[in-house]
Design a protein around this ligand. Structure first.
Ligand SMILES: Nc1ncnc2c1ncn2[C@@H]1O[C@H](COP(=O)(O)OP(=O)(O)OP(=O)(O)O)[C@@H](O)[C@H]1O
Ligand SMILES: [Mg+2]
Length: 234
């Protein structure tokens, strides 16, 4: 296998809820190869989003190691983590995290502006427009998030997450608010990014049909991650 994009070892996350200590992630060991799509399934509250936050450097693991694109995440400063995310990651959050005062186009363009790729303003606008058109929102460029439906906001989030062609795409239930056709289109875009750009995809989903399309399925249960043996397609 080529060097994995993601590799974790003995990864644990403990959080505190009031006075109660919680063991959220337990000895997580896994890797994702370049171009590989890994689906993560599991019950609500099992720790899927928590693992995504650790992989994105948004939550510090209590112990163990996480490396993404050859960078060890633990022990980095906030500035270093911000640069690491800018250079390597696309993140589609479960609740989108769009900037309310910005239009759809500005939300997507921002990801490119922050990345300082040396592109001109016109090139950035063109790329952001293309990404939004690809998710079916070419006629919603000037809408602020409050003037978009939940599924439309989700697609703006996806356009923003992939416009940089990241090494790693972290997606939290990317089709949760979408009808079947729109969901299929969005999924196709993620698979295309894996295939054409070598992006490693960490895909949290409750949709069994989507999970079946992934290269590999992992199941989270009470903070423990295990492999799922897939039955071959009928
Ligand atoms: N900041 C926090 N402090 C304490 N506990 C937390 C915190 N964030 C999450 N938890 C707890 O950690 C557990 C795992 O949460 P997580 O969001 O990772 O679940 P999930 O698998 O993504 O669930 P869902 O499918 O509902 O999105 C939950 O029991 C949750 O209540
Ligand atoms: Mg979650």
């Amino acid at each position: 296998m080529r060097s994995p994009v993601v590799a974790t070892s003995a990864l644990n996350l403990h959080l505190q809820s009031g006075k109660t200590p919680l063991h959220i992630l337990k000895d997580i060991e896994f890797a994702i190869a370049p171009g590989e799509v890994v689906a993560v399934v599991g019950p609500s509250g099992s720790g899927k989003t928590s693992l995504l936050m650790v992989l994105g450097g948004l939550e510090q693991a209590t112990n163990g190691s996480v490396s993404v694109a050859g960078t060890t995440i633990s022990g980095r400063s906030e500035d270093e983590l911000a640069m690491f995310r800018r250079d390597n990651l696309g993140i589609l959050f479960q609740n989108f995290h769009l900037i309310p005062s910005m239009t759809a186009l500005e939300n997507v363009a921002l990801a490119l502006e922050i990345a300082e790729t040396g592109q001109s303003h016109a090139q950035i606008m063109e790329a952001a427009t293309a990404a939004l058109t690809a998710v079916g929102l070419g006629d919603r460029l000037d809408h602020r998030p409050s003037a978009l439906s939940g599924g439309e906001q989700q697609r703006v989030g996806l356009a923003r997450a992939i416009v940089n062609r990241p090494n790693l795409l972290l997606a939290d239930e990317p089709t949760g608010n979408l009808d079947q056709d729109t969901g299929a289109r969005v999924i196709e875009m993620m698979f295309a990014l894996a295939r054409d750009n070598g992006t490693a995809v960490f895909l949290i989903t409750h949709d069994p049909a989507l999970a079946r399309r992934a290269d590999r399925v992992l199941s989270m249960n009470h903070g423990q991650l295990s492999a799922v043996t897939q039955s071959p397609p009928a």
